[in-house]
Design a protein. Structure first.
Length: 372
C-alpha cells in the first residue's frame, strides 16, 4: 500500500529551504545552498518517479492509456508549479524595474518559458535578482522531457535506465568542464539536476525495509560528514588548497544526498525522522516552494536599499546576519500568504480533478504521496 505521504520528507524540504536562505544571507561563501537545492532535486525525483511508476502500472492493467496518464501528470504538475511561480514573477517585476534596471524584464521570455538556466549558463553568465529560479526551470524540464520516459520503460529495466541516464549526465558535465565551461554554466545545466533526480528515482522501488542498511548510524554519519566537507569545499577552492573536477563533486554530492534520503525513507519511526516531523519543520516544508521563490529578491532588495540600516549593521558578518534576520521572517510571511491564497486553491482544484478522474472508465490513477 502506497502511503499518502512519507514521514520526514516535508521536514527535509523545510530544512533545505532554511539552508538556502542562510546561504544567501548569513552564511555566504559555502555551498550549503547548492547542496540543499540538490536535496530538492532528489526529493522531486523520488516522488515524481513514484507517481509515474504507479501510472505505468495502471497502464499495464488497462486502467488508463499513456496519453491520458501523461496529460494527467502534466496537468497536476502545472497546477502545483505555475500559480505561485508566475504570481511572484509578476509581483517582483515592478521592483526589478525600479531597483535593478529591469534585469529580469529584459530577459522575461526566458523566465516565462522556464529556460532561465540556459540564460544564466550560456548568455548572461551572471546571477541576478530572480535567477535562483533556475532550479525550478530544471525541474520543469525534467517533468516535460525526461520523467515521462518512465511510462515507456519496463519496470525491470527502470534502474538500468536511471543509472545510464545519470552516467550520461556525468559524462556531459565532464565534457563541458573539459571544454572550459565554468561553474556558472555547469551548475544550472539540466544534467546536474537530472543526476540528483535520477538518484531519488533509484530509491522508488526500495522505499521501506530494503533501505535499512542506509539507516545505520555509521553510514548516516559518513554521509553527513561528506556533505559538511562538500559545503566547505568552495572555501578550500578559493584558497587554492584543493580543486576537484566538477563531475566528481556532483557524484559525491549525489551519493551523500541519496544516502540521507534513503535513511529517511528506511527509518520512518527513528528519532531523526520524528524530529523532522515536528509541526514547525513540516509547515516549513509545506510552504518551501514560495519560500524559495521570494527570499532572494528580498535579499537583493535589502542590499540595494537602506532597510538594513535600521539594524545599524556595518559590512561583514554582522551585515549578513542582519540581512538574514530581515529576509527570513519576511519570506516566511510572504510564503504563508502564498500558500494560503495562491497555492492552496489550486491544490484543491488538483484534488477535485483527481476525484473526477476516479469516475472515468479508463482514466483513474492510483493515489500518490504529496509532492511539493
Amino acid at each position: 500500500m502506497t502511503p499518502s505521504r512519507y514521514p520526514g520528507l516535508d521536514g527535509l524540504r523545510g530544512l533545505a529551504a532554511f539552508a538556502v536562505i542562510l546561504h544567501h544571507t548569513a552564511v555566504k561563501g559555502t555551498d550549503i545552498g547548492g547542496l540543499s537545492v540538490f536535496m530538492f532535486f532528489a526529493l522531486s525525483g523520488f516522488l515524481v518517479t513514484g507517481i509515474l511508476v504507479r501510472a505505468r502500472r495502471a497502464i499495464e492493467a488497462g486502467e488508463t492509456t499513456r496519453l491520458a496518464a501523461l496529460k494527467h501528470f502534466w496537468l497536476q504538475r502545472a497546477l502545483r508549479i505555475f500559480p505561485a511561480y508566475y504570481a511572484w514573477l509578476l509581483i517582483f517585476l515592478p521592483f526589478d524595474a525600479l531597483l535593478f534596471g529591469g534585469q529580469t524584464m529584459a530577459h522575461l521570455a526566458w523566465y516565462l518559458l522556464y529556460a532561465q538556466n540556459f540564460l544564466i549558463g550560456f548568455v548572461t553568465l551572471a546571477w541576478q535578482d530572480f535567477t535562483h529560479t533556475w532550479s525550478l526551470a530544471v525541474e520543469q524540464q525534467y517533468y516535460v522531457f525526461f520523467a515521462p520516459l518512465v511510462l515507456f520503460v519496463q519496470e525491470r529495466r527502470r534502474d538500468a535506465f536511471f543509472l545510464a541516464a545519470a552516467a550520461i549526465c556525468l559524462c556531459a558535465l565532464a565534457a563541458l568542464d573539459a571544454f572550459g565551461y565554468g561553474a556558472i554554466t555547469l551548475y544550472p545545466f539540466p544534467a546536474t539536476g537530472f543526476i540528483f533526480m535520477a538518484t531519488g528515482a533509484l530509491l522508488v522501488p526500495r522505499a521501506g525495509p530494503r533501505l535499512q542498511l542506509f539507516a545505520h548510524p555509521a553510514i548516516v554519519a559518513a554521509a553527513l560528514a561528506a556533505l559538511a566537507a562538500l559545503a566547505l569545499y568552495p572555501i578550500a577552492e578559493r584558497g587554492r588548497l584543493l580543486h576537484l573536477p566538477y563531475a566528481l563533486q556532483i557524484a559525491a554530492s549525489a551519493l551523500s544526498v541519496g544516502v540521507l534520503l534513503a535513511a529517511t525513507l528506511a527509518a520512518p519511526r527513528s528519532r531523526a525522522v520524528r524530529a523532522l516531523e515536528t509541526p514547525a519543520l513540516t509547515y516549513l516544508g509545506r510552504i518551501s516552494y514560495a519560500l524559495y521563490i521570494v527570499h532572494l529578491p528580498l535579499a537583493y532588495w535589502a542590499q540595494e536599499t537602506s532597510v538594513l540600516a535600521v539594524f545599524g549593521a556595518p559590512q561583514g558578518f554582522a551585515h549578513d546576519l542582519a540581512e538574514f534576520f530581515f529576509v527570513a521572517p519576511v519570506s516566511l510571511v510572504l510564503a504563508a500568504v502564498s500558500w494560503r491564497w495562491i497555492e492552496t486553491p489550486f491544490l484543491s482544484l488538483k484534488t477535485r480533478l483527481k476525484g473526477e478522474r476516479g469516475g472515468e472508465a479508463r482514466g483513474p490513477l492510483p493515489p500518490c504521496p504529496s509532492l511539493r
